[in-house]
Design a binder for this molecule. Structure first.
Ligand code: HEC
Ligand code: HEC
Length: 302
């Protein structure tokens, strides 16, 4: 009996604290910007400063979600009403990267030749300028796209039949949590590497029959610094010359030179489903790494 009322008392105190904390949250510690609603979880004093959801979002998680949000590494689970197989069975109709490209340049970047097939949609236009010009909230809203294309196997049955609607940006409000969408926004705003700092790309022709050719891999990066990063972070798995693991039949150097658009994402955010997690490589380190990997003698083809 004694124990029971003790716990009851604890419960009341805990509820009181919760209510107090909640009041503090609603008053937002003096922040008057409605966009910070419910997200002022910091313990600072009432200084009027606002805390925004994007500041608390995990942009590295966002990079993984951009690749394949239902991969084990993300912790995604299908919300009520969504059948996971209706997404995973129609993979490219839901993977952000399939419609927007690893370089975010869509059908005017490296995916200029990636036409629609029965199992994949056509590629959208570049979203890069939208990302840099939009507010965080507008970016969040664009990703969430409430009222957009529904999860529906009939819609995603054939990418070459545009009338089915499979090329449209899905209603992610029914698929992802707000926290996951903020993580994606954070990835797009701050963690995605600006590929123009890593290599040059020459694009000719038009979608879906154009070609994109990479050159000047690593640009003005420092090969010695890149080699040091490779030695400390990659050599244990990929070997001194990058040929230990075949990556779609390619060495690390070869993969990076031929898929310069994609390698940077995999290196920074990890290869989902493999032992290679996010490698903690900054944009500057990536440029140096690219410079080192551009050397076909040190990092030969398989
Ligand atoms: C089936 C293809 C498809 C998928 C999958 C997809 N999108 Fe889109 N998305 C589009 C299309 C089409 C547009 C309209 C862009 C345009 O104007 O060409 C768009 C628009 C956007 C925009 C706004 C850009 C603008 O210029 O208005 C953002 C940001 C965006 N998508 C991010 C994402 C993210 C993040 C994901 C994954 C969670 C994703 N998209 C998944 C097709 C897709
Ligand atoms: C713990 C071991 C490990 C480490 C450390 C590691 N990798 Fe990997 N890496 C792998 C494995 C395993 C794969 C996936 C092979 C597969 O998909 O068959 C992979 C895949 C890749 C890919 C290709 C991704 C794709 O789309 O197929 C690249 C590029 C790559 N690694 C580069 C690097 C670089 C650069 C580093 C260091 C910054 C690094 N890796 C560190 C194990 C590792």
């Amino acid at each position: 009996m004694k124990t029971k009322s003790f716990f009851k008392a604890i419960g009341i105190v805990a509820f009181g604290l919760f209510a107090l904390a909640n009041t503090g949250c609603n008053s937002k510690e003096g922040c008057t910007d409605p966009l910070s609603t419910n997200y002022d979880a910091d313990a600072d004093s009432d200084d009027g400063s606002c805390v925004y959801p994007i500041e608390q979002a995990d942009g590295i998680l966002g990079g993984k979600l951009f690749d394949k949000f239902w991969a084990t590494e993300t912790g995604w689970t299908a919300p009520t009403g969504i059948v996971a197989a209706d997404i995973s069975g129609y993979s490219d109709f839901y993977r952000c990267k399939a419609c927007h490209g690893w370089d975010l340049d869509g059908n005017v970047g490296a995916y200029i030749n990636r036409g629609a097939t029965a199992s994949r949609p056509s590629v959208s236009g570049s979203i890069r300028s939208f990302i840099s010009s939009s507010t965080d909230q507008a970016l969040f809203d664009a990703i969430k796209n409430t009222g957009g294309a529904a999860v529906d196997p009939a819609r995603t049955a054939n990418g070459t039949d545009a009338s089915l609607g499979g090329n449209a940006h899905p209603d992610y409000g029914t698929i992802l949590t707000d926290d996951q969408i903020w993580a994606l926004a954070k990835f797009l705003k701050t963690e995605a590497i600006d590929v123009t700092t890593l290599y040059d790309v020459t694009v000719t022709g038009t979608y879906p029959t154009g070609t994109a050719t990479f050159s000047n891999i690593g640009k003005d990066g420092d090969a010695a610094a890149g080699n040091a990063t490779y030695t400390s972070k990659c050599v244990g798995c990929h070997g001194a010359d990058g040929t230990t693991i075949a990556l779609e039949g390619k060495s690390v150097g070869q993969f990076t030179r031929s898929k310069a658009n994609e390698a940077q994402h995999k290196i920074k955010f990890g290869q989902l489903g493999s032992t290679m997690g996010a490698m903690g490589v900054s944009s500057a380190e990536m440029k140096d790494l690219y410079k080192a990997l551009s050397d076909e003698t040190a990092f030969p083809d398989l």
